[in-house]
Design a protein around this ligand. Sequence first.
Ligand SMILES: NC(=O)c1ccc[n+]([C@@H]2O[C@H](COP(=O)([O-])OP(=O)(O)OC[C@H]3O[C@@H](n4cnc5c(N)ncnc54)[C@H](OP(=O)(O)O)[C@@H]3O)[C@@H](O)[C@H]2O)c1
Length: 250
Amino acid sequence: MQNFKNKRVVITGGSSGIGLATAKLFKKCEADVIITARNGELLEKEADQLGVRGIVADQSTHEGIMKMVTESTKNNAKVDVLFINAGIFKLAPITEVDASHLDEQMNINFRGAFFTLKTFIPHLNEGGSVIFLSSIVAETAMANTVAYSASKAALNALARVAAIELAPRRIRVNIVSPGPIDTPIWTKVSLTGTQIGEMNSGVQNSIPLNRFGDPSEVANAVAFLASDEASFITGTDLKVSGGLHLNSLS
Ligand SMILES: NC(=O)c1ccc[n+]([C@@H]2O[C@H](COP(=O)([O-])OP(=O)(O)OC[C@H]3O[C@@H](n4cnc5c(N)ncnc54)[C@H](OP(=O)(O)O)[C@@H]3O)[C@@H](O)[C@H]2O)c1
């Protein structure tokens, strides 16, 4: 197991799913972990249980980002690992996508991620690490995911440019792209329970390893990329998909 003693790790969207699993792993590796989310009740509950700091902040707003950055860098503290993970997943065919569907996903998944990175840059430690949580759909094709896929493709472009621009400060920037992972995000899509069940079994059958991933399997990839073991890895996109990125989804 890697050691992150005395390293400050900020995880956006750390109250649930992949973010929470990653917070647990970094905490186990002795990091000083800070998690963020919008729902204060859930955030507080998880942060207390884990013994980490929680900051209620909406990644899609200027105020939320300023609060997150100000509070996690108090007393000139530097951030060693920034895991930009918060995101939402909503489904609609292109013909039914309206402005609010498109804007909501772009604002949280891409625009918010962009300004989170931009605002944290002066507070990142030399030799630190930034990891973006993207998705294999940024590069494959899955029906009904146009807004989500576009937001993640934009995120990947941001990560690649950031890897070049931050390299002079020895800050590594990488992407983790999961396939389907068993988290609450699947219950938040605007479908009925039966439709979700049908969609999930359809998705599962197209995964070469024939199962959904566990959030801890994504957390392991994030911790690896953040660690010294990945010291010559920047600008890469690590797929954690059970092989699904090799196929297309429809
Ligand atoms: N699960 C999958 O199959 C899968 C696959 C590929 C990629 N991903 C990506 O993985 C990331 C984490 O998803 P998950 O599956 O772990 O979902 P999740 O269980 O729904 O967790 C999402 C987290 O993000 C937070 N969040 C959402 N919008 C936010 C905002 N505007 N500001 C701050 N926090 C916000 C949520 O808390 P609040 O709602 O309280 O804010 C929650 O803590 C997302 O970027 C998602 O796109 C997931």
